[in-house]
Design a binder for this molecule. Structure first.
Ligand code: NDP
Length: 450
């Protein structure tokens, strides 16, 4: 990969790699941000004073804990829980929890680092954090998931709170898990502190449109990006990877904008549907029955096929929205997409494109929306859920969606204007990194050395 790191920042990256050995995703996330900062410190040398950049790369606090629980056979299971409280310059730590066997401290740190800048981009008063566990909810009964969540929260409760740290969902953590976690938090604290967790059910402080917000928000961002080239989603063929929360509501919004989605996936493979994905069937399989994506092809019949092996990015499309997980779209996939005529890529998942893929898209002048800008609608709406809870109100779906659309348009325009100002017009990666960094750096500068 072409190196774009300013030599003044090389020692910072070296120190991050040394201090966080064996955490490649965290190194990747830090490198990408540092590569954007050369132009910033040339213009504003004060940001390099007092080891400010080094401090931004070091989490404020990292918590690792044991999560023991009893399975349905009466056996004791042990998992590892994490919460990384990365940066609280702009507000309480805020970010989701991931339950997936691949979770380790490096993954949580990369997500917390990204979250810090993403949250800054929303313009709302939230710092950055992330957490989770190496627990695999797949194949577990509701009772097992409940016991796991209760044990997880028994430890985590002492570290969170409405003014301290406000967790939410992520991979493997949806409405069911948030319900169990919030119930246990309420029981332990003896307080109905609704704003201490977001993504809650509507009956107990949840916000209408929060479930839809990340996918809808990413689609609003890409729509605005397409408009800069006089295009929109109408008639576009789209591929959306994943079939979880982000993917489903990305598909829903693309359809409402007049686009067609021809493929989606899960970790077992992908489905191609020549007639366009049937959203109601997809929701039934994934949200209600919790089945594998192969079941979609079985039930949909003619025109739909399930494919294992190969890559979903082999499916030709105009717009690609990777919405499953990190590094799911390689340099090779990017070359295939470009060859097949892709015009825009919007990252719904966190860091789904490898650095090689991003280079390929940008070199080919493909519109590219990086995750920390494109998927910020989820956390922005979580901050709105905190507002709703603080005012003991109940907002309408329309009110939240209107705010979400406005926030996504503002983030888009702020990234585009920042890229322009720093001499890289159209580079949303640089725009997002610089714009997010400046907000965090300004606040940290004001606090002095802490
Ligand atoms: P879900 O758990 O609802 O869905 C995840 C989807 O991605 C599933 O289809 C899952 O398939 C697939 N997936 C997960 N891990 C892998 C893997 N290693 N390889 C292939 N496929 C995989 O999670 P979300 O939709 O909430 O999250 C998706 C992405 O969006 C993540 O990167 C997350 O960090 C990011 N994000 C989520 C936000 C939110 O509000 N939910 C906010 C901002 C970002 P399977 O079921 O087979 O595992």
């Amino acid at each position: 990969m072409m190196t774009k790191l300013d030599e003044k920042l090389e020692p910072t990256l070296d120190a991050v790699i040394r201090r966080n050995a064996g955490e490649p995703e965290f190194h990747q996330a830090v490198r990408e941000v540092l590569e954007s900062l050369g132009r910033v410190i040339a213009k504003n040398p004060q940001y390099a004073d007092d080891a400010l950049i080094e401090r931004i790369c070091e989490p404020e606090r990292q918590i690792i804990f044991r999560v023991p629980w009893v399975d349905d056979q009466g056996r004791v299971q042990v998992n590892r829980g994490f919460r990384v409280q990365f940066n609280s310059a702009l507000g309480p730590y805020k970010g989701g929890m991931r339950f997936h066997p691949s979770v380790n401290i490096g993954i949580v740190k990369f997500l917390g680092f990204e979250q810090t800048f993403k949250n800054a981009l929303t313009g709302l008063p939230i710092g950055g954090g992330k957490g989770g566990a190496d627990f695999n909810p797949k194949g577990r009964s509701d009772a097992e998931v409940m016991r796991f969540c209760q044990s997880f929260m028994t430890e985590m409760a002492r570290h969170i709170g409405v003014y301290t740290d406000v967790p939410a969902g992520d991979i493997g953590v949806g409405a069911r898990e948030i319900g169990f976690l919030f119930g246990q938090y309420k029981r332990l604290t003896n307080r109905y502190e609704a704003g201490a967790l977001t993504g809650k059910g509507l009956l107990y402080g949840g916000l209408r449109a929060r479930t839809e917000a990340t996918g809808y928000g990413a689609t609003y961002f890409v729509q605005r990006m397409l408009q800069t080239r006089g295009r929109d989603f109408e008639g576009m063929h789209c591929v959306v990877s994943g079939s979880g929360n982000v993917a489903i509501y990305t598909i829903e919004k693309i359809l409402s904008f007049g686009g067609a989605v021809v493929a989606c996936s899960d970790s077992s493979g992908y489905v191609v549907d020549e007639n366009g994905i049937d959203l109601a069937l997809l929701k039934e399989i994934k949200e209600v029955r919790r089945q594998r994506i192969s079941e979609y092809a079985n039930l949909r019949g003619k025109g739909a096929r399930f494919i294992t092996g190969g890559s979903i990015w082999d499916v030709p499309c105009d717009v690609a929205m990777p919405s499953a997980t990190q590094n799911e779209l390689s340099g090779k996939d990017a070359v295939t997409l470009i060859k097949n005529g892709v015009i825009a890529v919007g990252e719904g998942a966190n860091m789904p494109s490898t650095p090689e893929a991003i280079d390929a898209f940008q070199s080919a002048d493909i519109l590219f929306a990086p995750s920390k800008a494109a998927n910020a609608g989820g956390v922005a709406t979580s901050a709105l859920e905190m507002q709703q809870n603080a005012s003991r109100d109940s907002w309408s779906f329309e009110k939240t969606e209107t705010r979400l659309a406005q926030i996504m348009h503002n983030i888009h325009d702020h990234c585009a204007e920042t890229a322009e100002e720093y001499g890289v017009p159209g580079d949303y990666v640089m725009g997002a990194n610089i714009a997010g960094f400046i907000r965090v750096a300004e606040a940290m500068h004001a606090f002095g050395v802490i």
